[in-house]
Design a binder for this molecule. Structure first.
Ligand SMILES: *Cc1c(COP(=O)(O)O)cnc(C)c1O
Length: 443
């Protein structure tokens, strides 16, 4: 018997004291037929599960997450309130505490969200409540921070970056010295190039100028478990514990289905700073009522169940299997970048901090290189290798490519997120296809 069927039987066994009833399921006789139709419709996707999909941040959830989610679907608990999901609320509290412990927090406030955007919205909402003022984030930060600030009616200030995409500390200090900042968003693992902002310096500035620090580690957070980060990144990840809040997406590197983000606040008494009629006063109540502390009302208990089961199988520990997978992805990215850099057809602006590699085809000008990126992207797809593309400021190539003719401000580059543990062993196959795609004459 399959593990899921076995578990379903066990689940049903807990409810045998109830009188039998015939569930009313309209259309039950056509389910198989329509599922077949769905399967065919789903062919219209890139093969996200395959190692030759080396494009965006996409991979399937771990089988235990899928099964635990499906198991919870028999009940469909709602983690808005204890009434809607008693067991799954307890599992959410435990799973979230494990994520907090991964960052070094013994106490915290936090919960799961629909994703990183909702989690960041909540963190910046709290920041704006506690310290009204401007939100600042780097020009490589996730595009939603500006939108979120708009929703919260907080002014937003973009801070420039260095040639590796990290927040420029001189620009931040200049902004901070005006004394208007509420909160600085430090991105640890920027979505585009994987840049890691210099959190230690940001924390020092926050002591001097009194702004809050929120870490957006939606993509990169789990990398704190890896054993092969570069020294500046290691230090940054080790200091997440000193930030006021942090966001991490279990649906990115935590092997979960979409719909699973997480927001954490360092101070469990954040609530004490609130007006007493604020919903946040529930944050630290003993009978934690997660719905009272979340912006979202209904939330999937199944997400918490899937996360709990995954972390039970793969604990969030350095040296554990999840950590090994992350280290393997970074090794793959470093080797991919080194091989591309040794090839005169390509330019790699900088080494990857995490598992995201960006590179450009060498050409006369930024516009010629951009056109070639598109061509290689298309040719690679014909060879079943799926890459991504991203626009980078030409200044990112100042060091690696001084002779580049900067006839436009940005350059369309190729980008690969090597986030699957299989990518390391598939590098040869991937590189061979990149090379073949680059050699294909224009059609
Ligand atoms: C993905 C991402 C987000 C947005 O998270 P969603 O889960 O897609 O809503 C925010 N910040 C960073 C750094 C991300 O990588």
């Amino acid at each position: 018997m399959k593990p899921l069927d076995e578990a379903l039987q066990k689940l049903d066994a807990g409810f045998t004291h109830l009188p039998d009833f015939d569930p009313i399921t309209p259309g039950a006789e056509r389910i198989a037929e329509i599922l077949g139709e769905v399967a065919v419709r789903l062919h219209n996707n890139y093969p996200y599960f395959h190692p030759l999909y080396a494009g965006q941040m996409l991979k399937p959830p771990h089988p235990i997450a899928r099964d635990a989610y499906a198991l919870a679907m028999r009940i469909n608990p709602n983690n808005h309130a204890l009434d809607g999901g008693r067991a799954s609320t307890a599992m959410e509290i435990e799973a979230v505490a494990e994520i907090a412990a991964m960052f070094g927090w013994k106490a915290h406030l936090g919960h799961l969200t629909g994703g990183g955007t909702m989690a960041n919205l909540e963190a910046l909402w709290v920041a704006g409540q506690l310290k009204p003022g401007k939100i600042a984030a780097s020009s490589q930060s996730h595009y939603t921070h500006e939108r979120i600030s708009g929703v919260l009616k907080l002014p937003f200030q973009k801070i420039g970056v260095d040639t590796r995409g990290r927040m420029d500390m001189r620009a931040l200090e200049e902004e901070a010295s005006r004394g208007e900042l509420s909160c600085v968003v430090a991105t640890l693992g920027a979505t585009g190039v994987g840049a890691v902002d210099p959190l230690p310096e940001i924390l020092l500035l926050s002591e001097r100028y009194g702004f809050r620090v929120h870490v957006d580690a939606a993509y990169g957070g789990y990398y704190t478990l890896a054993d092969n980060l570069g020294a500046p990144s290691r230090t940054a990840f080790d200091q997440i514990r000193q930030a006021d809040s942090v966001v991490v997406d279990p649906h990115k590197h935590g092997l979960q289905p979409y719909g699973c983000g997480c927001v954490l606040f360092r101070d469990p008494k954040t609530s004490a700073l609130y007006r007493h009629d604020s919903p946040f006063t529930y944050f630290s109540s003993r009978e934690l009522h997660l719905g009272e502390i979340s912006m979202e009302c209904s939330r999937p208990g199944a997400s918490a169940v899937a996360l709990w089961a995954t972390q039970r199988l793969l604990p969030l520990k350095p040296g554990g299997e999840l950590a090994h997978g992350l280290s393997a992805s970074r090794r793959a990215a470093l080797q991919f970048a080194a091989t591309l850099r040794a090839d005169t057809r390509f330019v790699v602006p900088f080494d990857p901090e995490l598992d995201i590699v960006v590179w450009a085809p060498r050409a006369k000008s930024a516009s010629a290189a951009s056109a070639q990126s598109q061509r290689i992207f298309d040719e690679a797809a014909r060879l079943n290798l799926h890459l991504a593309m991203t626009h980078l400021p030409v200044s990112f190539f100042d060091d690696a490519w001084p002779e580049l003719e900067k006839d436009r401000e940005s350059i369309q580059c190729l980008r690969s997120v090597l986030m699957k543990p299989e990518h390391e062993h598939w590098l040869g196959e991937i590189l061979q296809r990149v090379s073949a795609a680059a050699n294909t004459p224009p059609r």
